[in-house]
Each structure stands twice: as C-alpha cells, then as structure tokens.
Design a protein around this ligand. Structure first.
Ligand code: NAP
Length: 243
C-alpha cells in the first residue's frame, strides 16, 4: 500500500489510534498533517519527519475554520481525511449536563462536519480521495452509561452513509471504522477503575485491541485497495457486536 505523494489529514493524530494511523501512513511515504491540542505530542509527531502539526481544539468551530485555512494555504490539494478526534464523558441523560452533552457533540460530530466541509474542495481538486470517520461499536449497539458518546457515534455512522452517497460519484469515498475497546488513553478511565480485564472478557477474542490493529483498517480504507467501498461501517471489534 504505497502512499508516496499522498497528503493525509488526521484529526486527533497526537495519540492512540490517530497517532498509529499517522505512523503507518508516514511509513508508506505519505505527507501527514496531524491536528490536536497537545503541542508537546504534536512536536513529537513532527520529529517523525514529513509530519506537520496543526494545533486545534475540535470543540471550537472558529479554530477549525482557521486551521483548515492554514492547511489549505500550505496544502491546496488533499487526498485523505481521517476524522478521528474524539472524547467520551460518562453519564446517563439524567447525570450529563447540557454543557457536557454539547461539548461531546462538538468534538465527536460537529468537527467531522466542519473538517469535511472545509477540506472536500481540496480533495475534489485531486480528482477524488478518501474520508474515514472513526465511529465506535457504541454507535451500533446500546452503551449503558455512555448516552452522549453512543449518540455521537451513531450520528457519525449516519453522517458517513449520507456523505458517501453525496460524494461517491466524484470518487470521494467515505467510510466509517467502528473500533471495539482499544488500549489508548481514552481507556484510562476504565483502567483506573481496575476493570480492564472484566471489559476484555466481554469480547469473544478475550482481549482489547492495540491501536495498530485499528489503524491497519484505516490505512486499508485510505488505500487504492478499498476502491469499491463507500458508506461502509467497518467493525474492528474482536467480535463484540456479533453476540
Ligand atoms: N479507544 C477505544 O476503545 C475506542 C473505541 C471506539 C472508538 N474510539 C474512537 O477512536 C478515536 C480515537 O480515540 P483513541 O482511543 O485513540 O483516544 P486518545 O488516545 O485519547 O486520542 C484522542 C485524540 O483526539 C484528540 N482530541 C480529543 N479531544 C480533542 C479536542 N477537543 N480538540 C482536538 N483534538 C482532540 C486528542 O488530541 P489532543 O489530546 O492533542 O487534543 C487525541 O489525539 C475517537 O474518535 C474514539 O471515540 C476509541
């Protein structure tokens, strides 16, 4: 899966699944633009070479607009957009505050809309490309105590299908990846509760994923090998949703 000459933008590219995806695309020769809030981890990514960090808070639509302007000044044509940045806040509809609800929708859903809105014209200039939206198994089945998070991921899946239908004829292929439990900092809350083994036991595969195992699917969808995929929701979940 040679990627030299390709320009890829990854939101949340400073950690976990996004970072692993950036590393794999860099290994294959792509130029990778990573977005995130952590300047320290952004600088670490830049040390990998051919990787450029754009600081951006995905909860802030104005920052997203300014960052996309900067990206387009530097790279007027883009091949791959991975909408990966995401956050989770535990809670039911009773315990979640409206502020928390709005924050998680801003980061997990509105950023996908805005990044796609601003960067699709640059993908069109290339004559087509790939958008991969990172959803979750929580967008496909109920997730007790994660009411807002699950709602955002369901929205990402539906947005993916609609965008795929809008843009497939132009060669802009949009798909979603739904990771199951993956060992990243996002999992820290569970680890802090000492229940990581209990969580892993819920998966037929009896373990959680490494970020590289999710990144492998993202890279496949970004590659020429996935030339007939549009609007798919690809579960990479160790069998979590098959039982
Ligand atoms: N880990 C899992 O088990 C799992 C399962 C299903 C789906 N997912 C999804 O996979 C995606 C990646 O998660 P991960 O597990 O790799 O988590 P992670 O290691 O915590 O990484 C999250 C990334 O999102 C960025 N981010 C979060 N809030 C942001 C904000 N307000 N503005 C800008 N960037 C922000 C972070 O960058 P900064 O810290 O630099 O801001 C970081 O790079 C998410 O969409 C998540 O919902 C994860």
């Amino acid at each position: 899966m040679e990627m030299s000459g390709k320009v890829a933008v990854i939101t949340g590219g400073t950690s976990g699944i996004g970072r692993s995806t950036a590393e794999k695309l860099l290994e294959r020769g792509a130029t990778v633009l990573v977005l995130g809030r952590s300047r320290e981890r952004g600088a670490e990514m830049e040390q990998l070479g051919n990787c450029h960090f754009y600081p951006c808070d995905m909860a802030c639509p104005e920052e997203i607009a300014e960052t996309c302007d900067a990206i387009l000044r530097d790279y007027p044509e883009i091949d791959i957009l991975v909408n990966n940045a995401g956050m989770s806040i535990d809670g039911t509809v009773e315990t979640l505050s409206l502020e928390e609800w709005n924050q998680i929708f801003a980061v997990n859903v509105t950023s996908v809309y805005l990044m796609s809105k601003y960067l699709i014209p640059a993908i069109r200039k290339r004559g087509g490309g790939r958008i991969i939206n990172i959803a979750s198994t929580a967008g496909t089945v109920g997730a007790p105590g994660l009411d807002a998070y699950a709602s955002t991921k369901g929205a990402v899946i539906q947005l993916t299908r609609s965008m795929a239908a809008d843009y497939a004829a132009e060669g802009i292929l949009v798909n979603a990846v739904c990771p199951g439990g993956t060992l990243t900092p996002l999992m820290c809350g569970i680890e802090a509760n000492g229940s990581l083994d209990d969580f892993a036991s819920l998966f037929p595969i009896k373990r959680l994923a490494q970020p590289e195992e999710i990144a492998a699917m993202i890279v496949f969808l970004a590659s020429d090998a996935a030339s007939f995929m549009a609007g798919s929701t690809v579960l990479v979940d160790g069998g979590f949703t098959c039982i």
